[in-house]
Design a protein around this ligand. Sequence first.
Ligand SMILES: NC(=O)c1ccc[n+]([C@@H]2O[C@H](COP(=O)([O-])OP(=O)(O)OC[C@H]3O[C@@H](n4cnc5c(N)ncnc54)[C@H](OP(=O)(O)O)[C@@H]3O)[C@@H](O)[C@H]2O)c1
Length: 284
Amino acid sequence: MADTNPLSNCRLAFIGCGVMAEAIIAGMLRKKLVGPEQIAGSHPRQSRREEMHVKYGVEMFEDNREAVTATAPESPDASSIVVLAVKPQRLNRVLQELKGSLVKEQLVVSIVAGAKIETIGEELVHASIVRTMPNTPAQIGEGVTAWTASAGVSEEQESQVCAMLEALGKTVRVENERQIDMATALSATGPTYIFLVMEALIDAGVHMGFSRHVAQELVHQMMLGSVLFARESHKHPAELRNMVTSPGGTSAEAIYQMEKGGLRTVLSKAVWSAYQRAESLGKR
Ligand SMILES: NC(=O)c1ccc[n+]([C@@H]2O[C@H](COP(=O)([O-])OP(=O)(O)OC[C@H]3O[C@@H](n4cnc5c(N)ncnc54)[C@H](OP(=O)(O)O)[C@@H]3O)[C@@H](O)[C@H]2O)c1
């Protein structure tokens, strides 16, 4: 493994091996950032523990504390990351369990929606904490994860977090937790907006008379191609839209109807409400 790999000397514990933890583990192993012997996981169900062990060769524990202890740094040049990957409603119990089992060199990375750095730090009596907000395309390595770190996190730990999260797709470091709430509304809730628009367009295709699978094929590739084109052209979306809007044409007619129906306002309100919701969920 190349020396430039920030995770080459790092051990990782995944507390709660569900969908997201598996996506990170699978991504890191696929990219050969770590070997299975560097990873431990915990899960309450034996069948899931067996599944994770057979599939990835990682050591699995029933007790969350044992996974943390098994991955504690063994020497001064070794490092360790503990990833909190349980559902928000389980977090309090897990934090109470883990209290006192971490050494101060271990970095805690939370992917739990809404859980504040201060809360995790207070519960664990721990200083180095990173809070992240991934999204569902992370499950196929095409996600985007916003993250921010507490003051106790070193530069080396930050590069380790970046490398780990890149297993899920792109990463964006944001300045503070307010921006994590903003990312929750935009990029983490974002797939919901896109899937709703996707569904509406497919239904519109069926309404005109296409079979569902043809409508789906046309819409999927149109959306994928539009995003790639927008990214590669580096043009403002309005410019791209103007390029295909000829006078009296179909795009002009469709835009008129979308503006009349308030699509832009509805999307803006949806994102703003999701942001307010994210903020209120984070309040203790
Ligand atoms: N999925 C996403 O796209 C996404 C996006 C952004 C953020 N997140 C955040 O990521 C976190 C994990 O989400 P997920 O989708 O991976 O959820 P998940 O699939 O439900 O994973 C959580 C796992 O933890 C297990 N668990 C339950 N109680 C536990 C305990 N006391 N100790 C250890 N493990 C326990 C669960 O087991 P059981 O199934 O037996 O209950 C489950 O397998 C959540 O906090 C969520 O907010 C997820």
